[in-house]
Design a protein around this ligand. Structure first.
Ligand code: BG6
Length: 478
């Protein structure tokens, strides 16, 4: 048993997202989202899987939260589906949708579980996409802020921790560069930066409004942070790493924390004619929000390697492993700037994601030195194939080993001076992986369903009991 533990007020948690767990996609007045439509396009998801039923959390949330309570979970991060609150994105409130989330919050609070709300986890109302192009149009900023402030007003007495946007870098990259997420656009670089700019403004206006409405609450964005390493000490590789960081990491984190874009990345994008236009008023807003933000939310799964990429080299549009067949990921990059080969020192998951516990510590230290902000690890976990035995048990030592190594790295970061408020594993129950179907499992609780459906029965995995001990000992059991 280690003597190392996390600080006293630290929160041990787990996370989910509405589309990936709820199902009930047309119940109780919910409107349709971009994802409800996108999954109908043949070939977009693994074996045409959808979240129409997902893991039926909408009807089983009481059972799921009771399982969280029995485990001793201290915080539960979940997202709210915009379409349950405003089915058309704006206009009349759908009270049934609000009541659903209120019941989740109240159930958590009764059990002593701190609710943590994500306002946007990728599911924009389809009505707004059809009306004006969703994130592509600046009109989205006020509609988002209207939706967000409605919820903040409504739940401010009960919820302290709020996350504006989940992985803005991922939903915009997949949506406007690689066509893997809605709206399925390919290589639209200028639009990609414009969309991001709108998302930054929506985040910033929400943060400013939040501080007026809920001054004691805590708010931040969740960034999918993949720290980078240079492949070699060749200056070209070191420069590739620096350019990658400015374009792929600091482009987002600097705006959240400093309220401005990294200058060299901006200059490079300007020279390509794709940099977003920033008005003086917007610059002031971004700076104000950055001064008010409480924490950096980090979704950490893996690190990246950077190597110089010649002009005729790798592009961002290479094949991604969504089948779980190891070795099917291709190298991506930006010609003339960087490419991201595999790390020869690291093992990978079946989906070719590198496994790098020290990278989590690296991420925390980088954020601490660069931004001096507290950190919420809003996601971390292992997607794997699991087997349900005939005794209804799931032996997942690989998940325990993954989480144990990452939590040890987190404790190291905490002891090195990083202020870490919470750690949420991805995920509590198994759920739908957007592009990888139901076979890529992340939960502590197995859900008996596959692409074809199932009983939806819940079974505790070995990792469930293991995390229970970790929480009870505040990390000391590791
Ligand atoms: C994050 C998302 O990108 O990683 C989650 O916030 C997602 O919604 C998780 O499920 C794991 O990714 P994947 O592709 O394995 O489901």
């Amino acid at each position: 048993m280690s003597k190392k533990t996390m600080p006293k007020n630290f929160l041990w948690g787990s996370a989910s997202a509405a589309y990936q767990i709820e199902g009930a996609y047309q119940e109780d007045g919910k409107g349709l989202s971009n994802w409800d439509e996108f999954v109908k396009i043949p070939g977009k998801t693994f074996k045409e899987s959808t979240g129409e039923v997902a893991v039926d959390h909408y009807h089983r949330y009481l059972e799921d939260i009771a399982l969280m309570a029995e485990m001793g979970l201290q915080t539960y991060r979940f997202s709210i589906a915009w379409t349950r609150i405003f089915p058309k994105g704006k206009g009349e409130v759908n009270e049934a949708g609000v009541k659903f989330y209120e019941a989740i919050i109240d159930t958590c609070v009764q059990y002593g579980i701190e609710p943590m709300i994500t306002l946007y986890h990728w599911d924009i109302p389809q009505a707004l996409v059809e009306e004006y192009g969703g994130w592509e149009n600046a009109q989205v900023v006020d509609d988002f802020v209207h939706y967000a402030t409605y919820l903040i007003e409504r739940f401010k007495e009960k919820v302290t921790y709020w996350i504006t946007l989940n992985e803005q870098n991922i939903f915009t990259t997949f949506g406007w560069l690689t066509a893997m997420h809605p709206p399925g656009k390919f290589d639209e670089e200028a639009l990609f930066y414009k969309v991001n700019h709108h998302a930054f403004l929506a985040h910033a206006k929400t943060v400013c409004a939040f501080k007026e409405i809920h001054p004691n609450g805590k708010i931040g964005a969740s960034f999918a942070y993949s720290p980078s390493y240079a492949l070699t000490s060749k200056p070209e590789d070191a420069m590739a790493k620096m350019d990658f960081d400015n374009l792929k990491n600091f482009w987002w984190m600097d705006v959240y924390a400093y309220g401005r874009y990294p200058k060299t990345a901006y200059t490079y994008l300007e020279s390509k004619g794709v940099a977003p236009k920033v008005t003086q008023e917007e610059a002031i807003l971004l700076k104000k929000a950055a001064s008010l933000v409480d924490f950096m939310g980090v979704n950490y799964y893996q690190t990246t390697v950077c190597e110089y990429n010649p002009l005729d080299g790798a592009t961002p549009y290479a094949q991604m492993n969504t089948s779980g067949k190891k070795g099917t990921n291709e190298v991506t990059g930006v010609p003339g700037v960087y490419k991201n080969p595999a790390n020869p020192y690291l093992e990978t998951t079946d989906w070719d994601w590198s496994i790098d516990p020290m990278g989590l510590s690296y991420a925390c230290k980088e954020i601490t030195s660069r931004y001096a902000l507290p950190i919420v690890i809003s996601e971390n976990g292992l997607g794997a194939f699991d087997t349900l035995t005939s005794e209804n048990e799931i032996h997942d030592p690989y998940r325990i080993a993954y989480l144990e190594a990452h939590i040890n790295a987190l404790i190291d970061a905490s002891q090195a001076g990083c202020e870490i408020w919470a750690y949420c594993t991805w995920s509590f129950t198994d759920l739908l992986s957007w592009l990888n179907g139901y076979q890529k499992r992340y939960g502590f609780v197995y859900v008996d369903r596959d692409e074809a459906g199932g009983t939806m029965n819940r079974y505790k995995k070995d990792s469930y009991y293991w995390y229970q001990d970790v929480i009870k000992s505040n990390g000391g059991s590791l």
